[in-house]
Design a protein around this ligand. Structure first.
Ligand code: TYD
Length: 209
């Protein structure tokens, strides 16, 4: 536990966020953590951004290249999707209020990193400044070249699934993590190149501690 948090945002208890560049294995580990919680009869809700709402689906069409919008508009879309995800009916807040854990694949840190690289840091920082922080951020660390080789077998790449761009995003994440760490946020960095069971065990320990 960090002793002297200095950040002023709300921190939501039992809210756990997975982050990392594309291809780092967050979905696999989110599913494994879900199994662990289920096995212990701990109530939880597993979710992801972009969501499967209308806004999330529009974002996925932009990522697939079917709809064209500017990078700033995409930053607004991610923030709109997030606002509904947090505060909408059956959203994250409701699940937490009913005593569940919420495990979320991607959150504000993705916007700060990815949109920070496409439209500069100011707009995503502003659009995301009032959203609450998770009580634990789990960051998947994997060299971009390994992440790309994992993605390459998955079919047509999305807008952001390019090696050079992901290297830039990876560097952006480093600065963002450093900042939130200095503000007292709880962060677990996992080495995504280790075996799936080893990583799952680290996560299990951090979540259940
Ligand atoms: P991702 O979770 O990787 O989707 P999937 O693995 O199901 O294709 O998210 C899609 C992309 O969206 C990914 O490249 C990261 C990007 N993204 C942002 O750029 N900003 C954000 O705020 C979020 C949530 C995701």
């Amino acid at each position: 536990m960090k002793s002297a948090p200095t950040q002023t945002r709300e921190v939501w208890k039992r809210f756990i966020v997975f982050e990392g560049i594309d291809g780092t294995g967050t979905t696999t580990q989110r599913n494994l953590l879900s199994e662990t919680l289920k096995g212990r009869s701990i109530p939880f809700h597993s979710t992801a951004e972009p969501t499967d709402s209308e806004i999330g689906r529009l974002i996925r069409r932009v990522l697939a290249g079917d709809v064209r919008v500017g990078p700033e508009t995409l930053a607004y879309l991610y923030a709109a999707d997030r606002n509904e995800h947090l505060y909408g009916s059956r959203g994250i807040r409701e699940h937490l209020d009913s005593g569940e854990f919420v495990i979320c694949d991607r959150y504000i840190f993705s916007s700060l990193a990815y949109q920070g690289c496409t439209c500069g840091p100011e707009l995503p920082a502003r659009l995301n400044q009032s959203f609450p922080l998770p009580s634990l951020l789990i960051y998947f660390d994997l060299p971009p070249e390994r992440a790309i080789s994992r993605i390459s077998g998955r079919g047509a790449p999305d807008l952001f699934e390019r090696g050079e761009f992901l290297s830039e995003v990876s560097r952006a994440y480093e600065g963002i993590l450093e900042r939130f760490d200095a503000q007292g946020m709880e962060i677990l960095r996992v080495d995504g190149s280790r075996s799936i069971p080893e990583v799952a065990e680290d996560i299990r320990r951090a979540v259940l501690s």
